[in-house]
Design a protein around this ligand. Structure first.
Ligand SMILES: Nc1nc2c(c(=O)[nH]1)N[C@@H](CN(C=O)c1ccc(C(=O)N[C@@H](CCC(=O)O)C(=O)O)cc1)CN2
Length: 300
């Protein structure tokens, strides 16, 4: 079997088109433009690229983008003053601080400072708790992207055996909650899971979010399973020339694609969905803040 390749890049582009239509309607009917504020502390090169892409995509779908680039030695007090100002600004419907942040700052405390209604990363404990208790929440972007790709691939997820590899607050836990909400039977596997290969072999759906390059091998995968690879790992690629690197996921793509029914590539799978879902969450936050109906097809 050669797996169908799940094209996250194309799916994300279609989503951005729907978001742009929704934004145009909000402007025309309600004279409201959704606004997203992105904070970057320091000069991590990858983060600079992600923030640039977030800004560009936000503007392309017709929303307002507010970019705040702060020096690496920004104090906690100054960062919180900015967050407080954005929390109070009615033109800003979504706020996020790009991670990682410099060591003297705490990601957990930064997220806690953001108004949960504007927490378009879905990381605030209130949003995590709402999601876990099956209530309306802001849902983290990468998990939301995984869910959308799975629903598109399989339709109804009810009754499927899903194994999520990884237990991070950013991906593993919220993905598991979303799959549970869609009536999957969910197992969360992690570094201490005994016989992890056997556990994964029982899965109709595998979500790999463990942060270890090509850890999940083809012989771990059940024939016909849908494999969602969240990992983005840069590894040496001497075959491309001295000092060159390439991106791989947490799944050994070549061997898994021989067994799986469908699989996301890296790059071009889950990654592009993260930014599309961020835009979707900003529209959702804007609609909720103004008492407008929930945007169809953009929420979990
Ligand atoms: N506050 C947040 N910080 C971070 C998040 C997040 O969701 N919120 N996630 C990542 C970075 N990230 C978005 O912020 C992100 C990562 C990867 C991609 C993406 O499209 N990846 C491409 C490959 C890109 C490349 O060539 O390097 C792909 O997979 O196709 C988008 C967004 C950490 N920080």
């Amino acid at each position: 079997m050669t797996a169908q390749v799940i094209d996250g890049k194309a799916f994300a582009a279609t989503m951005r088109g729907k978001i742009a239509s929704h934004v145009a309607r909000l402007k025309e009917v309600h004279h409201v433009t959704p606004g997203l504020a992105v904070i970057l502390v320091g000069q991590d090169p990858a983060s600079e690229v992600y923030v640039r892409n977030k800004n560009k995509s936000t503007v392309e779908v017709g929303m307002n983008s507010y970019e705040h680039k702060l020096p690496a030695d920004t104090s906690e007090a100054d960062l919180y003053a900015l967050i407080d100002q954005l929390n109070a600004d009615p033109a800003v419907h979504g706020i996020l601080c790009q991670f990682p942040v410099p060591d003297h700052l705490s990601e957990r405390d930064i997220v806690a400072r953001i108004d949960p209604a504007k927490d378009v990363d879905g990381l605030h404990v209130l949003n995590a708790g709402l999601l876990a208790s099956g209530q309306r929440a802001m849902v983290s972007c990468t998990p939301l992207g995984c869910l959308m790709l799975l629903r598109d691939q399989l339709g109804n997820l009810s009754g499927k055996n899903a194994v999520v590899i990884g237990r991070s607050n950013l991906v593993g836990k919220p993905v598991a909650q979303l799959l549970l909400r869609d009536s999957c039977t969910v197992t969360i596997a992690h570094s201490r899971t005994a016989n992890i290969e056997e556990v994964v072999r029982g899965a109709d759906i595998v979500v790999a979010a463990v942060g270890r390059a090509e850890m999940v091998k083809g012989d771990w995968i059940k024939k016909g399973a849908v494999v969602i690879d969240v990992g983005i790992n840069r590894i040496p690629a001497p075959e491309r020339g001295e000092g060159k690197t390439r991106l791989v996921g947490d799944v050994d793509y070549a061997s898994a694609a021989e067994v799986a029914g469908a699989i996301t590539p890296v790059p071009g799978g889950v990654g592009p969905m993260t930014i599309a879902c961020l835009l979707a969450n900003t529209v959702t936050a804007c609609c909720r803040a103004n008492g407008f109906p929930e945007p169809e097809g953009l929420t979990a």
